[in-house]
Write a protein that binds this ligand. Structure first.
Ligand code: FCB
Length: 462
């Protein structure tokens, strides 16, 4: 599985704070926008929320032991801003940092590389109350927070990501309204996008080491046909899904096609002198989260509405087509999309790439005699790892691959109904018992395969 690239591919698993930790009011943690959003009737399937999640906050040792048993090289986690700065600005809560310090030390003691994401969507509620990501001061606040975390952990964590999937934070959160904070304001979403990019650039500069990247859910955008209407819609989708992030990071610019759908990005009150220059070259590596391709076409009025339809403000008459086969969350399975994306992103950026998330939701809830059979998840990961190997053989500089996710957890608007874990979590009792699934044992075998070699320490070191 090493392809022809010189480095062995690092293998890991990923999680995120709000999805696993629970303990939302403990050790001084303040409320986040996901606590507020989840409390809104109808916002999250089944009325679920992250109050208990997987209770990982109290089970840190057990969960690190699972990661150790998997044998992986690296573990990707996120830091909850409201644990570190309960008000979003100012005062630092040391007990919040203590938790992540314990986590990092436990991982290092087991020889597992910690990969830290600073923002995986749990914005402190007071910052949203002051306007949220559409406001520049949220980007300014992010830099202070990033510095506080880095001051505590920077001597031990060498792989840092600022944001996870800013497209979701901006466009699912502020345009489609299906994620926190649940606003439906297209222009605010574009403003949020700019401030997310800017906050990444400023934080990367503040962290002052060469290892700060950003995790994007870039997507292959495949127009349903060569019809000019379909191509025009696909260009708008590509602009908002891919180019609004990559263009400033690589070129320090927003392109014409993007400005057509997001004219506010030409507003000098928003995009101020120096902003785009700060963005250019600010990512030392790119994380790519890949699940499925995007297939836009001009609306013909006969497609079922897609939950992300509202997440492309400025793109008129959009249909998003989803082909078979699909996972339990309705996402098309197409490993060729990952191969294409890696090769294209390598050519476009020349940056070290890490697949920071890839995995599948399948309804495999049953534990029988201590086993959970999930052959469909094994096939999904196997076929995507093969796609990674092909991309590496074609020259893409891919350093790592992280399965989403270690254990079944709070899947945002889907609550606990959609399970992506290598480990089953029994939600029918407060014990939240963890049972490794067949895919866990299978992935452990891939990790241990002698032909693979061991992932290098310093996942994204130059
Ligand atoms: C990604 C998120 C991650 C998880 C997966 C399924 O968009 O980054 O937290 O929910 O989807």
């Amino acid at each position: 599985m090493t392809g022809s690239s010189p480095r062995p591919l690092s293998l890991g698993v990923a999680t995120a704070s709000y999805q696993i930790e629970g303990a939302v009011a403990e050790d001084g943690r303040g409320p986040s926008i996901w606590d507020t959003f989840a409390a809104r009737p109808g916002a999250v399937r089944g009325g679920d929320d992250g109050t208990h999640a997987c209770d990982s906050y109290h089970r840190l040792d057990d969960d690190v032991a699972l990661v150790r048993d998997l044998g992986v090289d690296a573990y990707r986690f996120s830091v909850a801003w409201p644990r570190v700065q309960p008000e979003g600005t100012g005062r630092i809560e040391p007990r919040g940092l203590d938790y992540y310090e314990r986590l990092v030390d436990r991982l290092l003691a087991e020889g597992i590389e910690p990969v830290a994401t600073l923002y995986h969507w749990d914005l402190p509620q007071p910052l949203e109350d002051a306007g949220g990501w559409p406001e520049r001061r949220t980007a300014e606040a992010f830099v202070d927070y990033a510095r506080a975390v880095h001051d505590r952990l920077g001597d031990r964590v060498t792989s840092w990501a600022t944001h996870n999937e800013p497209w979701c934070a901006a466009y699912l959160g502020y345009a489609a309204g299906v994620h926190a904070p649940g606003r439906q304001e297209g222009e605010a979403a574009h403003r949020a996008a700019h401030h997310l990019v800017l906050s990444h650039a400023w934080a990367a500069e503040a962290l002052g080491d060469a290892h700060t990247g950003i995790v994007l859910n870039l997507a292959p955008v495949w127009a349903e046909s060569d019809d000019p209407g379909d191509l025009a819609v696909a260009d708008g989708v590509d602009a908002i899904r891919n180019r609004v992030w990559l263009d400033p990071l690589v070129d320090g610019a927003y392109d014409e096609g993007l400005l057509r759908v997001a004219p506010v990005l030409a507003d000098p009150g928003l995009v101020r002198p120096g902003d785009l220059e700060a963005a250019r070259g600010s990512a030392a590596w790119l994380g790519i989260n890949y699940y499925t391709p995007v297939r836009p076409r001009r609306a013909r009025g006969d497609a079922p509405p897609h939950p992300e339809q509202g997440a492309f403000p400025g793109v008129a008459d959009l249909d998003l087509v989803v082909r078979e086969p699909r996972t339990d969350i309705g996402w098309e399975v197409e490993p060729r999309g990952l191969e294409e994306l890696l090769v294209r992103t390598h050519e476009r950026t020349g940056l070290p790439l890490v697949i920071t998330e890839n995995g599948a939701a399948y309804a495999d809830q049953v534990v029988v005699d201590g086993r959970v059979e999930d052959a469909d998840r094994i096939a999904y990961v196997r076929d995507h790892l093969a796609a990674v190997a092909r991309a590496r053989a074609a020259g893409a500089d891919v350093r790592g691959y992280f399965v989403w996710t270690l254990m079944d957890n709070f899947e945002w608007a889907e609550g606990y109904a959609k399970t992506f874990g290598l480990v089953h979590v029994d939600r029918s009792s407060p014990s939240l018992t963890r049972t490794p699934k067949a895919s866990f044992h299978w992935f452990a075998e891939q990790v241990a395969a002698p032909a693979r070699g061991r992932g290098a320490a310093g996942l994204v070191s130059p």
